[in-house]
Design a binder for this molecule. Sequence first.
Ligand code: PLP
Length: 388
Amino acid sequence: TEQPIPLARRVAEADETMIRTMYDLAEQQSGDLVRLEIGEPDFDTPAHVIDAAARAARAGATHYTPNAGVPQLREAIAEKMERDHGLVTDPSEVVAAAGATEALFLTLLTTADVGDEVVIPTPAWPQYRLQVQLVGATPVEVPLSAAEGFDLDADRVIDAIGDETACVVLNSPSNPTSRVSDPEVVDGIVDAAAEHDAVVVLDEVYASLDYAGDGRSLAADRAADNVVVINACSKQYAMTGWRLGWLVAPVHLAAAAIKLHPGTSSCPSSLSQHGAVAALTGPQDDAEAMARAFRERRDYVLQRVEEIPALSCPTPEGGFYAFLDVRALDGTSFEVASRLLKSHGVVTVPGEGFGAGGEGFVRVSFASGMDELEAGFDRIARMVRDEL
Ligand code: PLP
């Protein structure tokens, strides 16, 4: 038999994401499933955004754009960052990209050399680790303490920062813990990073879903030249498929990202850029209604978790995940999630998929609608009752 063509080592070295594994397991299963693994809003993109993109397409906006995005989008992003997140910035510091994902990747490409270290407090979104591996740098995971509700621990993170550190990636509100970081803790990390010429990347894609605060950026009150803020239309405007995000960085760093952008995608889709201008500058009613719905779901999920004494979760302060402590049940988080899927038809994501410190937990998304959540928690409650 013919050998398949050999692939680059990074393919074998990359971890399969747990979200993918659970998705594949769910696909093999018949019967009615309650899908609580997916981190995307079940709402439709607001109609005026779709209209704007369609109009732009008919008007000929179907060509390459500047690498940083069209000027009206960079302006709209700068205005939005100040209006919604208190971050005063200039369009020259804004680079539009294909989702927060590409904005993050560009940031890493711009700041981390092969062999450098990138510090990631965990549990965290698994793509950070994958992206760090793809740029040839080394992920350094700093497990946060479950006993402390996965509070961002400045001492632990600062201990991990050294001369090899190129970046520290912080995510608030967090996926998967839904915790919001304390601005003073972040400030301490930014200062420590600066001492080692390292950049702090603040992923704030869930900033608009901030139940404890007002969505203020953790970078809002300080002008640091080693901070990059990442955000996107994806979660706030139910635009995950449009692939439209951005980075806000000191101008020399933004210019560097623009220089490398032709090597990844050149620019985000021109149509998505025009849709994003409408999303950011147009009526905000739809986005506000969605944020209210997420808050109601959050309250509902918390109530359901409280009704199951064997389970608990850190109170979700932002975003749309509940990180359930399932240590009262038998087995690893993967085994718990597998039983939940095979015997009860509920799809979740095992905590071990989010890096060090996530074992013992299972992530449930409340981006899904109320009916799904009700059915999901009925089944979770049944499983816990059966097993204990
Ligand atoms: N950052 C975090 C923490 C996320 O959870 C996600 C999506 O789940 C992203 C970034 C990706 O955002 P985008 O779809 O804009 O690339």
